[in-house]
Write a protein that binds this ligand. Structure first.
Ligand SMILES: *[C@@H]1O[C@H](CO)[C@@H](O)[C@H](O)[C@H]1NC(C)=O
Ligand SMILES: *[C@@H]1O[C@H](CO)[C@@H](O)[C@H](O)[C@H]1NC(C)=O
Length: 397
């Protein structure tokens, strides 16, 4: 009985055991399959990781190579720059040296004195002229000499020489219509009065002393219903063009020359006009062919106390005086190219005279001023120096 119970129990245990073993087995199978899956994933990660690592390593190497290359390039660039800098310095020193060896040239090339050739050359010429405008670096340093030529008449007037045709023109008075043309300064000086001159009568009287003659054309101001700039062809005595000049009111540009409202200047750089705006003298650049106004500047030079002005290489020199007249002097300058400022320009005194200038016309070929002082025709020879030297003195060599 006891043995039978034992066997039953044993059987029961055995069956329980085999059931448990079955459970265990399936659990193991399950775990194993999970392990395999995990292993597979780990293997995958591992593979990815090592691929990633090798990629990273490769990238690092590439970056390092690139940096090294950049650094080398930077070094050679710096060496090149240093070399170029040294070369520029050497050229600058050489230029300074050449400048000290050669006196400054006038602003006009020798070619200007030659006879005009074909129109084909004109375009190229224009380019040259533009270049010349930018390289013209002369500044007035003082008045070297004075010559009183003669006395032809009224206290106020103007005389000038066309720097292209070399003819001399005399405008006696501030509101006339007949001017005189001379073939040279000499012809004028030996002429009794205007007798040797060729009389040219204008269709409209001129006003003031602000006229200019350049390349066979006369540019003058005439007040009719409005203030006009007239371009007159002196070769066939005809009006080539005219334009209204915009000014506010009837103020003179220079305090001591009340009849001159606008002062015209014609030179190899074109046509310029000095005119009043408020208390200041302003400058306009005009097209000599069309009389269009192209650009305007406030020179910041006061009109008060001024008697005349002239222009050398794009710099305006305003001449001042006192009442009663004393020594005329340049006391304000304005440089269109901003290379000279008031403080850098020298104070230029004119030789002592007892009159007052009614006009000063600069001739760039001769580097002299044609002045009209109380009826006298005077020549002032100017001493020029390089504009740049006013800013940086040349090295001593
Ligand atoms: C210049 O003009 C004044 C005033 O009109 C006159 O007296 C003088 O004779 C003129 N001079 C000449 C040379 O014509
Ligand atoms: C004057 O000469 C210029 C060229 O030199 C010409 O264009 C103009 O038409 C001429 N004028 C007269 C009125 O003959």
């Amino acid at each position: 009985m006891e043995a039978a119970v034992f066997i039953l129990l044993l059987l029961g245990t055995l069956s329980q055991l085999s059931r448990g073993q079955y459970h265990y087995q399936s659990l193991m199978n399950y775990l194993e399959s999970r392990m395999v899956a995990m292993e597979e994933r780990i293997a995958l990660w591992h593979e990815q990781n090592s691929r990633y690592n090798s990629d990273l390593k490769q990238f690092r190497q590439q970056a390092a190579d690139l940096l090294e290359k950049l650094w080398k390039e930077h070094q050679t660039l710096r060496q090149d720059l240093e070399g170029a800098g040294a070369r520029v310095e050497r050229v600058e020193r050489e230029m300074d040296y050449i400048e000290t060896k050669n006196p400054p040239k006038p602003c006009v090339k020798a070619r200007d004195k030659m006879v005009e050739q074909e129109a084909v050359v004109k375009e190229q010429k224009k380019k040259e002229e533009f270049f010349e405008l930018s390289v013209c670096v002369d500044i007035v340093s003082n008045i070297r000499a004075m010559k009183i030529l003669k006395r032809v008449g009224s206290p106020k007037g103007l005389w000038t020489k066309d720097s292209r045709t070399a003819k001399v023109y005399v405008f006696n008075g501030t509101s006339e219509d007949t001017l005189y043309e001379f073939s040279s300064v000499k012809e004028l000086s030996v002429s009794s009065g205007m007798s040797k001159g060729k009389a040219i009568t204008l269709p409209y009287a001129w006003d003031g002393t602000g006229h200019a003659v350049y390349d066979g054309f006369l540019y003058y101001m005439s007040e009719r219903s409005e203030l006009q700039v007239i371009k007159f062809d002196l070769r066939n005595n005809s009006v080539a063009d005219s334009a209204v000049f915009p000014t506010e009111g009837r103020a003179p540009v220079y305090a001591f020359n009340p009849s001159t409202l606008v002062d015209l200047i014609a030179d190899e750089d074109g046509l310029w006009a000095l005119y009043p705006v408020g208390d200041n003298i302003n400058l306009a650049k005009m097209d000599p062919d069309t009389l269009d106004i192209e650009q305007m500047w406030d020179t910041a030079c006061p009109r008060s106390g001024s008697e005349a002005a002239f222009l050398v290489c794009g710099t305006v020199y305003v001449v001042y005086n006192t009442r009663p007249s004393s020594r005329s002097r340049v006391q304000c300058v304005f440089d269109v190219n901003d290379m000279v400022t008031g403080g850098e320009a020298p104070l230029v005194y004119f030789p002592r005279r007892y009159g007052a200038h009614s006009s000063l016309k600069y001739n760039p070929v001769e580097r002299q001023l044609y002045a009209w002082d109380d009826g006298y025709q005077i020549l002032y020879r100017l001493a020029l120096k390089k504009k740049l030297w006013a800013i940086a003195p040349p090295p001593e060599e």
